[in-house]
Ligand binder design. Sequence first.
Ligand SMILES: Nc1ncnc2c1ncn2[C@@H]1O[C@H](COP(=O)(O)OP(=O)(O)OP(=O)(O)O)[C@@H](O)[C@H]1O
Ligand SMILES: [Mg+2]
Length: 384
Amino acid sequence: MDDSILEVRGLTVRFYTYAGVVKALEGINFDIREGETFGIVGETGCGKSVTALSILRLVPSPGAIEEGEITFKRNGRFDDVMDLDEEELRRIRGNEISMIFQEPSDALNPVYTIGEQISEAFYAHRKEEMVKEVISDLEEEIKNSDGFRKRILGFENSLYQKMLENPDSLMLEFFSNIPILNRYKDRLKEEARRRSIEMLEDVGIPDPEGVFDKYPFEMSGGMNQRAVISMALACRPNLLIADEPTSNIDVSIQRRILDLIDDMKDEFGVSVLHITHNLGVVAENCDRVGVMYAGEIIEIADIEELFDNPLHPYTEMLLGSVPSPEKERLPEVGGSVPDLISPPSGCRFHPRCPRADEFCEESSPALKEVQKDHYVACRELEGE
Ligand SMILES: Nc1ncnc2c1ncn2[C@@H]1O[C@H](COP(=O)(O)OP(=O)(O)OP(=O)(O)O)[C@@H](O)[C@H]1O
Ligand SMILES: [Mg+2]
């Protein structure tokens, strides 16, 4: 599709554990369109995080992507993430696609302060913009000074210009090794600090200046998660993957974070993959949504369409429109999700489905477009 930024086709992921092979994702398909927020919703253990990690090729051992294509639009053409080498993947991660991990500890380095880590995100992804800002401040200062000071500032300015032209220049390398001269970098450091503190403030961290100098272990899980969000936003990616971005965060701050992600979307046209098990969050924040069940995406539709006209029996159950003996256990209790080492045959939902018949035990339905932009994987609806 022309307007998509990411296309996932037939993605299959397994974990080779001692207990057996966990069939975590079974040939899932979805697209994320440019500028939209695509939600993925489903019960715990259904494969949401594994989907997110696959996009960045970060599925941890003993897991492996067995099959599938993950194509990502870069400068107008699609690259298959599966074909990229480590160096190119590093360039994509954080730069073009950034991720708010479900577990903040996966994203934070325990040996650096929060401030160092957010500053690093600014250096890595927004350096040019910061250098330009420093140059413009310096030019103002040069205008207002004279004599020796003017000459020194002029020299400093030329170093920044050089940095802009060629960040790897040997001349810069030379000056940055001379203690008295390497102070020219301080302004950039100050600029990164200013921006990081602003970012921490934006995500509702009280005392952002104090937090800037703290280590992750000195902060609560919720605070660390907010710091991770600051880092992801500092990168200003084309695609932001947010895996339960507000799960450890006070309800009072959640709205603020979601608004911040929305602002970034409006201002910079960022596409968002928003993973959650909270249907309210989906309803309020997503344009389209994919419903996952036991390692498969079983329905995709526009948000309003999904809520008004859910087609898959599982989606109906999730939305509460169909009475189910298990309903009070939905959607958060893990026990009701099938074991992915030996999932049910045929349609994985059939043991819980009020409409299942013997065919559903045998054949696994493919995701099909049954109405415009409304996809569903259910035998009952095939051919409609
Ligand atoms: N490192 C791992 N080793 C073995 N199995 C794993 C590993 N990581 C995930 N899995 C399995 O893959 C399946 C999908 O897990 P995933 O973390 O994607 O679920 P989820 O939908 O994100 O759940 P939650 O809502 O709890 O975050 C689960 O059955 C899980 O047990
Ligand atoms: Mg998860």
